[in-house]
Design a protein around this ligand. Structure first.
Ligand code: 7PJ
Length: 278
């Protein structure tokens, strides 16, 4: 890959793993919903994650956990735009905006966002054009259906083939819309339209997705696949999240999307130290 991926005015160093800190600005995000609806609180949280070593901050105005309530584009923009603007002005970090909404993509890019992270892989009307017009890199993620129905008995003959074929198709749609492969990041979409078995098998075989020739972004932090294996609620999933962070790095992940930045940065640094040895 390009070892430096242009993200708006900033460069993302893809020659080494990067940690993306999660900043939920929704009232109902499962992990820290309601705590960060105020812009200043969001800015303080982002500041803490950057200080802890996050080089990207992912700002999401729509909770996409299973069964989440839909949010209007206007409401999503009202939540996201002030936070993007404040962080772009005050912090030295790449802002990723976690949205499927064209207007939010356009406004966030105008305010200084450097990456579009769309869990729906630009399938909404106008999303491909909006993303193309921003000139920003885009993360494409596997999901089937919508948060409200994606967990209703998802079935695939081979989950890795399903994810690979989906991402190939979305990359082709991007290319047709003027978004070249060089601006694409790929994400298996853990926890989206997948059973526990799907998530574990996909995680085990994640390195097969590297054959698509694009950097991998992995988001498993505090997710239910950890809760189901360990029997822990969200607040007790740190150790499981760190175990999967380490494993993802050995399986070729480039960007880890996490809640617990400082802890994950320590995992990245320990693995880097070992890999740097003779
Ligand atoms: N690219 C990417 N974006 C995401 N947004 C969420 S929201 C659900 C949660 O954090 O539990 N998950 C992901 C993910 O896995 N990948």
């Amino acid at each position: 890959h390009l070892s430096r991926l242009p993200c708006g005015s900033r460069l993302l160093d893809l020659s080494r793993p990067q940690v993306m800190g999660i900043l939920n600005v929704t009232p109902d995000s499962f992990s820290d919903g309601g705590r960060f609806t105020a812009r200043d609180a969001a800015l303080r949280h982002a500041e803490q994650m950057v200080a802890a070593g996050a080089t990207l901050i992912d700002i999401g105005g729509e909770s996409t956990r299973p069964g989440a309530r839909a949010v209007s584009p206007t409401e999503e923009l009202e939540r996201v735009a002030p936070v993007v603007e404040a962080i772009a002005r005050q912090l030295d970090v790449i802002i990723s905006v976690d949205t499927s909404t064209p207007a939010v993509m356009r406004e966030s890019a105008r305010l200084g966002a450097g990456l579009i992270n769309d869990v729906r892989s630009l399938q909404r009307d106008g999303a491909l054009d909006a993303a193309a017009d921003t000139g920003l890199p885009v993360c494409l993620m596997h999901m089937r259906g919508e948060p409200g129905n994606m967990q209703d008995d998802p079935q695939y003959p081979d989950i890795v083939a399903e994810v690979r074929d989906f991402l190939v198709e979305r990359m082709a749609a991007c290319a047709t819309a003027g978004i070249p492969a060089e601006r694409i990041l790929l994400d298996p979409g853990f926890g989206f339209a997948k059973t526990l078995e799907h998530n574990l098998a996909l995680f085990k075989r994640m390195s097969e997705l590297s054959a698509l020739g694009r950097p991998l972004l992995v988001g498993v932090s505090r997710k239910s696949m950890i809760g189901k294996v360990l029997g822990h609620e969200v607040g007790g999933r740190l150790y499981g999240s760190l175990a999967l962070a380490a494993l993802a790095l050995t399986k070729g992940a480039h960007i880890l999307r996490v809640h617990d930045v400082a802890e994950t940065v320590d995992v990245v640094r320990m693995i880097a130290a070992v890999e740097a040895a003779q």
